[in-house]
Design a protein around this ligand. Structure first.
Ligand code: BES
Ligand code: MN
Ligand code: MN
Length: 459
């Protein structure tokens, strides 16, 4: 057995126990009540970097949650890899749907992970995945030392838009200078089919508030004679797609790259079943923009979704009321070459145009980020590809993911460095959902693949 495999085999229980400690901290970035947890999570990660001989380790304060930074500079002549990840996690609601407590990690067998999977919020997104890098550092450090320079930056606000990280990288361009950025915060096709993510969608996240009457009204007394903001909000939302499921916002598709038939055919070479895809989430059929496959709909096509909608009476029983206000949170996933600020403006203009003059409309922007695309021709991509081949005995397939990591496009713009996305999660890992988990073998294979990346990259 080779040295790396052997080290992982010997230490796998230690690795899992250490990860469990990290997973026990409820570092939910969206909730201010978890500020302390966020800080203890940052501290624990800093300790892990120090234990692996990283230097200049610090917890960098921001206007929001802190960023953990550390570096191992072995030789200025050698290339520098910047590793990025996030230690914040999504909220846990609806908590009653978790089979075990989200912050008490447990290993349970599943159909897809017969060897066991780690169940906890953040197991896959992204504590489990950033921890693979930390364990790869341990292996490198204990087996001949780091073969190149490594900088690590782990943030606590990815799940809420990375606003403060954007400021941090603007201010610290020199410190973060690197040849390539390495990130594990995406997925792979399936357990045996490795893939490297070459594209991510961008996004713009908006909130709508509609104000009708100046107070909640009796729905009999007033019903039918005054505007109901929830009715109006539903009408507006209904107007955002046409009957071919295209987004109706004027100009929305103007900058979208259209691909030729052969290019589209090539993307379809990924093993994929439309029906299994729908069935895996309890649906009979996939659905979306006419004329595109599911893979296309979630990679090369933009979309618009209501993420939440509320207003009026939603508690027990019934109350007859015309609400004064109605709200919705709406996100748009964007593809190259759409620009999120432009889309955000088109969205606001359109809402204001189609809304009834009898409601006051407030459109606010939460956050946004540009889409990302990279090539398969770089030395770093080839090194990653070779590393996957070593571990999975198969060449990884380049794929485009539907999710977003907005800071990746920002890295390219500010730091002028490209990113390699080596993700080891699966669609079925339920990230952002109840019962999030991460396969033990995905975790261990990830550690091995990342370690091998360094060997190939510095060969
Ligand atoms: N790790 C995900 C993004 C992801 C998941 C990309 C799976 C590709 C495949 C990340 O933590 C995330 O959830 N991002 C948010 C964006 C953010 C601005 C809230 C997303 O995509 O909703
Ligand atoms: Mn993530
Ligand atoms: Mn996430």
């Amino acid at each position: 057995m080779d040295k790396v495999k052997e080290y992982i085999e010997k230490n796998k229980n230690k690795f899992l126990n250490e990860l469990f400690e990290l997973l026990r901290i409820p570092s939910i970035s969206a909730k201010s009540e978890h500020k302390k947890d966020i800080l203890s999570c940052a501290k624990l990660l800093k300790d892990h970097l120090e234990v692996n001989d990283f230097e200049n380790c610090e917890i960098c304060k921001t206007n929001g949650h802190p960023i953990v930074y550390g570096e191992k500079i072995v030789d200025h002549e050698l290339p520098t890899v910047l590793v990025y990840g996030h230690y914040d996690v999504q909220p846990i609601d609806p908590v009653e749907l978790w089979d075990s407590s989200p912050f008490e990690p447990q290993i349970k067998k599943t159909q897809i992970h017969p060897e066991g999977a780690i169940f906890a919020r953040g197991a896959c997104d992204d504590k489990g995945q950033i921890f693979m890098h930390i364990k790869a550092f341990e292996i490198l450090n204990k087996n001949g030392g780091f073969p190149c320079n490594v900088k690590v930056m782990i943030e606590g606000e990815e799940e809420i838009g990375s606003d403060n990280l954007e400021i941090f990288i603007e201010k610290n361009q020199k410190k973060l200078e690197c040849d390539i950025i390495l990130v594990s915060d995406t997925g792979m096709i399936d357990k045996k089919t490795p893939s490297i993510t070459i594209g991510l969608r961008g996004m713009t996240y908006m909130e709508l508030e509609l104000i009708g009457p100046n107070r909640d009204l009796h729905s009999g007394h007033y019903g039918g004679s005054v505007i109901n903001p929830i009715n109006e909000l539903s009408r507006i939302i209904n107007h955002l797609h046409d009957n071919q499921n295209k987004v109706t916002i004027p100009g929305f598709y103007n900058d979208v790259i259209e691909y030729s038939k052969p290019e589209r055919k090539k993307m379809e070479s990924i093993p994929f079943s439309e029906i299994d895809y729908a069935k895996s989430v309890g649906l009979n059929n996939p659905s979306g923009e006419d004329g595109y496959s599911s893979i296309e709909r979630r990679s090369i096509r933009p979309c618009l979704d209501v993420n939440g909608i509320w207003g009026g009476y939603t508690e027990e029983g019934s109350k007859t009321v015309i609400p004064s206000k109605a709200f919705a949170k709406i996100s748009m996933r964007l593809v190259p070459n759409q620009k999120w600020r432009k889309i955000s403006k088109q969205f606001s203009d359109y809402i204001n145009k189609i809304a009834s003059p009898n409601v006051t409309v407030k459109v606010t922007e939460h956050h946004g980020g540009e889409p990302y695309l990279t090539s398969t021709e770089s030395k770093a991509y080839k090194s990653a590809s070779d590393a996957y081949k070593d571990v999975f005995k198969k060449e990884p397939i380049p794929t485009r993911d539907g999710g977003s990591i907005p800071i990746i496009a920002q890295f390219e713009k500010t730091l002028k460095s490209k990113t390699i996305l080596m993700g080891f999660g699966l669609d079925s890992d339920a990230i952002h959902s109840p019962n999030e988990h991460f396969g033990v073998s995905n975790f261990l294979n990830g550690i091995e693949t990342i370690t091998k990346f360094y060997h190939h990259y510095t060969k």
